[in-house]
Design a protein around this ligand. Sequence first.
Ligand code: URA
Length: 236
Amino acid sequence: MNDELRNKIIAYLEWYRDLYGEPPAFPELRAEATSLMAGTADKRQEKERILQAFSQSIRNCTRCRLAKGRTQVVFGVGNPDADIMFIGEAPGRDEDRLGEPFVGRAGQLLNKMLDHIQIRREDVYIANIIKCRPPNNRDPQPDEVAQCLPYLLRQIEIIQPRLLVALGRIAAQTLLGTKLSLGQMRARDWSYQGVPMIVTYHPAAILRRMDMLSTALEDFRKIKALSQKLASGEAG
Ligand code: URA
């Protein structure tokens, strides 16, 4: 697909979304993703291009009230062809300012936890349930989640990670469609649309209760082990 066609499709999708809401699918882009799966193009480069086009198409999103207070949409960061995708809650002040998820104190802890299992931040993909900062870092409201979630689902569809990691209650409850507590969700293995999912504590919660760190690091070791297993094709 050439750039001119891509830009036309994006302009059309934006026009469609403004009039009717989220289009049922992004057929041309989906076709690209399918051709990737067939191995007809360099996967990573193509996914990068698709993600970039998608990111551009939502940069002026006004689907919910959070558009008013944000500095920018915080789309996501990392390897577009990542095996592991980490999903947090919503951008905080630093993320809103810098345009990248998990760059504040919670992000620094996340980086250390990744170091602990010898996984590089740039090798995973990191995104949030909500792409714009809620005022005073309040919990995202259900209508905000409903408007924003399709964006994350589209990212998952493009990246096709082998393993999802939900960081914290909001991410896990949203993806799993449950009201179970974090403790209850953490204690089980999950999958989201066929993709294995691990639920663990949000780094910001660990910063408030450092006694949870060792348990969270156990989860991270599990993330490492399971991702290795999935990459080698051993996991069922
Ligand atoms: N907390 C989140 O859930 N996401 C971020 O990007 C930063 C802090």
